[in-house]
Write a protein that binds this ligand. Structure first.
Ligand code: B12
Length: 345
């Protein structure tokens, strides 16, 4: 019954996001609450999938960044309205929910924070991009029972690991979640940290202190080859040389506007950062999936796949002394179904 009511409301709710009508969106959500749908279901069956759909529309270039921002703002308003309506009182310990340093996807973490609150935890939500040192001093000061760390982008995994380790040194148990750890949490397992796929699963894990403290050790022996550290050191040089290579090969790039140039430099950087993250967790699929995603995004914006292919070739040549990185680049290259060609934007 609850699921049907929410399903019926979903298309109308998406329409409110598309029209940037925040009042109507809040009414859809509060209408469900008044009809007896539990707050947790409204958050997870209405707000969360609608936000994911927003991302798909942005990725397909059907929605502009401005439309995505407007929709995200409305989702935040709706989450606040649902939280105010439910207004739960804490009966359990104190949990701090935070995004990794450099992580701006605060809404997924906010949804998790609200679910934990609804399940009785006393939650402090620190929001986006919390620097590690500040998080640790906060945990000490407020005597947190555990911390839930969110990571939406796999390229932040090395950072995430440093943060997880810092929390552990302070003897605060950690649970992690978010798309950044892989849809089955496989990269959390490599980092040796308990992972939960959702707010409700995190609530169950937090209630089980033994499970929370019983994560297997990190499996990071491959880092002994130093490829990750050396690649990170060469980040700036790699991006500069890839841009020079594009300018050389493709006269159109020399005419790029400042905004086009900025996007190109960001993409060249993302390629290095995702490759570094893949080396960190030793999983070529992390890099290959990113490359597929990047090609789809760029193609939908008029940039041919060949532009990515030739940049992968360029990085491959520059990283001849990096056998693991070379292998990851080769495998990803096979997924880019296009000859090297001229980028437009
Ligand atoms: C809104 C949004 C943004 C907003 C975030 C604003 C905000 N206040 O959150 C802004 C504009 C800042 C943003 C920026 C970027 N974004 Co963005 N963004 C999104 C979007 C559309 C929605 C995120 C969301 O709320 N999802 C809904 C939630 C509910 O789903 P979820 O993340 O899976 O979360 C659930 C579970 O995973 C779990 N969970 C999540 N976190 C946690 C944490 C814990 C502890 C636990 C236990 C569980 C858990 O519970 C949640 C609820 O069920 C997604 C699209 C998408 N499909 O998600 C892209 C998306 C995540 N972004 C993406 C990208 C690429 C970026 C940028 C790099 C874009 C750019 N070029 O600048 C930047 C990076 C910024 C940064 N450094 O962090 C890509 C990532 C692709 C990839 N290959 O990794 C996505 C998937 C878009 C896409 N379809 O391509 N983004």
């Amino acid at each position: 019954m609850t699921a049907t009511v929410t399903e019926a409301a979903y298309p109308g709710y998406l329409e409110c996001l598309a029209e940037a009508d925040e009042y109507a969106a809040v009414e859809v959500a509060t209408g469900l609450l008044e009809a007896g749908v539990p707050a947790e279901r409204v958050l997870l069956d209405l707000v969360a999938p609608a936000q994911a759909e927003v991302g798909e529309r942005w990725a397909r270039n059907e929605w502009s960044v401005a439309q995505e921002h407007a929709a995200t703002h409305i989702s935040e308003r709706v989450v606040a309205a649902v939280a105010a309506y439910a207004n739960p009182r804490p009966t359990r310990g104190r949990i701090v929910v935070a995004c990794m340093d450099g992580e701006w996807h605060a809404l997924p973490a906010r949804l998790v924070a609200e679910v934990l609150r609804l399940r009785g935890w006393q939650v402090t939500f620190l929001g986006a991009s919390v620097p590690a040192a500040h998080l640790i001093s906060y945990l000490h000061r407020y005597d947190a029972d555990a911390v839930a760390l969110a990571c939406a982008l796999p390229m932040r995994l090395p950072h995430a690991h440093r943060m997880i380790e810092a929390c552990r040194r302070s003897d605060v148990p950690v649970v992690v979640g978010g798309r950044g750890f892989g849809d089955d949490g496989r990269w959390a397992r490599v980092l040796g940290v308990p992972w939960a796929p959702s707010g409700p699963a995190a609530a169950d894990l937090l209630a089980d202190e033994r499970a929370l403290r019983a994560a297997p050790p990190a499996a990071l022996d491959h880092l002994a080859d130093d490829e990750y550290t050396s690649l990170v050191k060469r980040r700036g040089e790699l991006i500069d040389s890839a841009l020079a290579d594009l300018r050389e090969r493709v006269p159109g790039v020399r005419q790029y506007t400042a905004a086009q140039l900025d996007s190109t430099i960001s993409d060249l950087g993302y390629i290095v950062d995702f490759l570094a993250a893949a080396l960190y967790v030793d999983d070529e699929s992390l890099f290959a999936e990113f490359v597929e995603w990047l090609v789809a995004i760029l193609v939908s914006r008029g940039v041919p796949a060949g532009a990515v292919a030739s940049t992968l070739d360029h990085y491959g040549q520059s990283l001849r002394d990096f056998p693991r990185a070379g292998r990851f680049l080769d495998r990803a290259r096979t997924r880019v179904d296009a000859p090297a060609g001229a980028p437009g934007r």
